[in-house]
Ligand binder design. Structure first.
Ligand code: HSE
Length: 357
């Protein structure tokens, strides 16, 4: 199978290395990137049209990140009857319907396992589980950068800014790390996971979301005193009226599984009506793990493992149950009575985190 690779950055480099390291029957025919790529000049192009017009390229891998021009390139590739594999959660969550519909209309595969969970085959296994079960809920830690920061602040008394810089240096963070620390990355991954799990389009913007940008050492100390560990978590469940979903920092019990997730690790759980709980733990970010997840999607397509089209009917997102929250506001720190996510967002705070029961 011949591949056109769009973007030779952190993930694109991991994809390229995983492909050339062994004989997988895959060949990178062209690489679209404007930066100097020593040793790869013969493959390199600065014009996407070269890839689009090449009939020998069967599959386009998009690892550029961001919305445009990635969206235009991916849509054009699907409409040119080329399969597409991407790691770009912003792209997929922003254009979920259009991209899925274009893939279905053109009879090609559109895969994005690497867009949620880094090296963990989460979306792939969620799609498999859903084939013969009802997914009741999904939840977990699905952003490596924020877990790296929270783990470092807790275990090494680390400084927020220093931990974030280190996450950027290690290639975990988004180009604009606001997406990580404001939890938009988690929100997008939650939307993609919920859309797949519940077979309905869940718009990312409809999920109540809070991040960790303003967390301080005082918050971590309060959390420790409660015998808890802070994690940025997502949650989504099937409901009569649609889908309940939420993204927020959570103080989890110190002896819970989520508390043991170190560094850029992710931990993601699905609960199926028949399957019960299934948890996956692994590296949620980084060049090599994410590159491998992209290549796994390519190999599935090369081997003819076809994924059925997903529904693109929009789901209503409804409120989750009330919880107690840790709140820091105007210098005071306290634990609230049970309140809804809508209420805690409305009241505002310098920082808040749900207290896991
Ligand atoms: N910035 C993302 C993270 C990269 O930290 O999880 C992997 O999706």
């Amino acid at each position: 199978m011949n591949i056109g690779l769009l973007g030779m950055g952190t993930v694109g480099g991991g994809v390229y290395n995983a492909i050339v390291e062994r004989d997988l029957g895959l060949s990178v025919k062209r690489i679209l990137d404007c930066r100097a790529l020593p040793g790869l000049e013969k493959l390199q192009t600065a014009a996407f049209q070269t890839i689009l017009d090449d009939p020998s390229i069967d599959l386009v891998v998009e690892t550029m990140g961001g919305d445009e021009p990635a969206f235009g390139f991916v849509l054009a590739a699907l409409n040119a009857h080329k399969h597409v594999v991407t790691s770009n959660k912003l792209l997929v969550s922003a254009h979920y319907r259009e991209l899925h519909e274009a893939a279905a209309q053109n009879g090609v595969q559109f895969r994005y396992t690497a867009a949620a969970g880094g090296g963990i085959p989460w979306l792939y296994n969620l799609a498999r589980a859903k084939r013969c079960d009802d997914i009741l809920s999904i939840q977990g830690v699905i952003n490596g950068t924020t877990n790296f920061i929270l783990d470092g602040m807790y275990t090494q008394n680390g400084d927020f800014d220093e931990m974030l810089s280190e996450a950027q240096r290690l290639g975990y963070a988004e180009r604009d790390p606001s997406a990580d620390i404001d939890a938009l990355d988690t929100q997008r991954k939650c939307a993609l996971s919920a859309s797949l799990a519940f077979d309905a389009y869940v718009p990312a913007a409809s999920i109540p979301t809070a991040g960790i940008r303003h967390i301080t050492k005082e918050d971590i100390a309060y959390c420790k005193n409660l015998g808890r560990v802070c994690r940025l978590m997502f949650y989504a469940s099937r409901a009569d009226e649609g889908v309940c979903a939420q993204v927020e920092p959570v103080f989890v019990p110190g002896d819970s599984a989520a508390a043991t997730i170190r560094g850029c690790g992710n931990m993601i759980t699905l609960t199926g009506k028949h399957l019960g709980e299934l948890t996956m733990i692994g590296q949620g970010a980084g060049r090599e793990p994410t590159g491998v997840a992209v290549v796994q999607d390519i190999l599935d397509i090369a081997q003819g493992l076809i994924q059925a089209p997903f529904s693109t009917a929009e789901a209503a997102v409804c409120a989750t149950a009330p919880y107690r929250y840790y709140v820091r506001k105007d210098g005071a720190q306290y634990v609230s009575e049970p309140i809804s996510a809508a209420q805690i967002h409305k009241e505002g705070a310098d920082f808040f985190a749900r207290i896991a029961e």
